[in-house]
Design a protein around this ligand. Sequence first.
Ligand SMILES: Nc1ncnc2c1ncn2[C@@H]1O[C@H](COP(=O)(O)OP(=O)(O)OP(=O)(O)O)[C@@H](O)[C@H]1O
Ligand SMILES: [Mg+2]
Length: 348
Amino acid sequence: MMATEEQVWGSLDGVLVPGAMRSITKMNLVRGVAVSDHKVKVSLASTALYAGAKDWLKSKVEEVIKGLSGTNQVETEFVEAKPAEVNEIKHVVAVMSGKGGVGKSLVSSLLALSLARQDLDAGILDGDITGPSIPKMFGMTVRPTGSDSGIMPVSTKTGIEMMSINLFLPHEDDAVIWRGPLIGKAITQFWEEVLWGKLDYLIVDLPPGTADAPLTVLQSLPVSGVVIVFSPQELAAMVVRKAVQMCQQMRIPIIGVVENMSYLVLPDSGKRLEIFGKSKGEEMAKAADAPLLGQLPIDPELARLCDDGGLELYNSPLVTDLGRAFVKAASERGRKDPKPLYPGTREK
Ligand SMILES: Nc1ncnc2c1ncn2[C@@H]1O[C@H](COP(=O)(O)OP(=O)(O)OP(=O)(O)O)[C@@H](O)[C@H]1O
Ligand SMILES: [Mg+2]
C-alpha cells in the first residue's frame, strides 16, 4: 500500500526548518506533493534557504517519507519563490503611540506572547529602525540566516518569529544612523524579503510618534488595524486624537487602545496606586472609538524581565486577558482584505 498524500503532508509537518523552530509546512515552503505508483515527489520553495539548509532539508524530507510504508522512491525538487509569494499572513497589526517611551515595544511583545500562548502563529516585525528594542526583551542575539531569495526570521524560545535591524548589528548597542528613505526601505524589506511563512498575526512595532517613519509603515504594509498605546501621564486625549486622526485619514481601523503604566500595586497592602494620575482608559477608548484592550500596571518584574531578555517568562493573567481582548477586537474590527497604499509595494 502506497502512502496517501495526507500521510506525506503529515510527515512533512514534522520537518523543522534549520535555524527556525517551525516546520516546512508552517513556513509554507511545501509547494506541492505528488504521489504516484511507487514514487513520492515533493516540491519545496528554496526561499531564504542557504545551500547547507537545502541539503539538510532534502535528506530529512526523504528520510521521513521513506519511513512511511510502501514508499521507497522519493524525489525532492526545489523551486524558486519570493517570500511575498510564500507568505500567508492573516492579520498585520501595527502598534502605535502618540509619543515615545510609553511602552509601545513592550505592548507589541506582550501581544505576540499572548498570541503564542493561545497557540496562534505570531511574528513581530520591529519597525523601529533607529531605536530597535524588541530582540533585547526576548534575549535574542542570533543572526538571521538567508540567501539571495530572502531572509529567515529568528524564532524566540516560545516560537515567535522575529525580525529586527538589531539582529544584524555587530553589537546590539550600536546606533543606527540612517536617513528617512533608508529607514523606509529597511521596513519594506522586512515585509517583502523576510520568509514569515504562515502567520495568524504579524505585530509591527512602529517607531514613536505620528511623523514620517510610522507613516511609511502604515502606507507600505497591508495593515489590517492599529493598536494605540498610551500612559496616564500623557497630555490627555490630545496625543491619542492625533494618532486617531492619522488612522482615520488612512482608513485604517483602530482595533483597540492599551493603557500602560496605569497603576502600581503596593506590595504590602495590594492597594492600587495611580502614580501617574487617574486612569485615562475610558477617555482614550472614547476618543479612539475603540475598545480598551487592557490596563497594564507598572511592574518591577516586567522591567527586570525586559532588561534580562526574559519577557517570555512573564506569567500574569493580564497577558491572557490582553490577548483574548485583542484577538476578539482584531477579528471584529480589522480590515478583512487590506491593501498597502504605497504604490510599487508588492502585495500578498
Ligand atoms: N508596565 C511597565 N512596567 C515596568 N516597566 C515598564 C513598563 N512599561 C515599560 N516599562 C519599561 O520601560 C522600558 C521602555 O518601554 P518600551 O521600550 O516598551 O517603550 P516604547 O514606547 O517602545 O519606547 P520608544 O518610544 O523609545 O520606542 C521597557 O524596557 C521597560 O523596562
Ligand atoms: Mg519602542
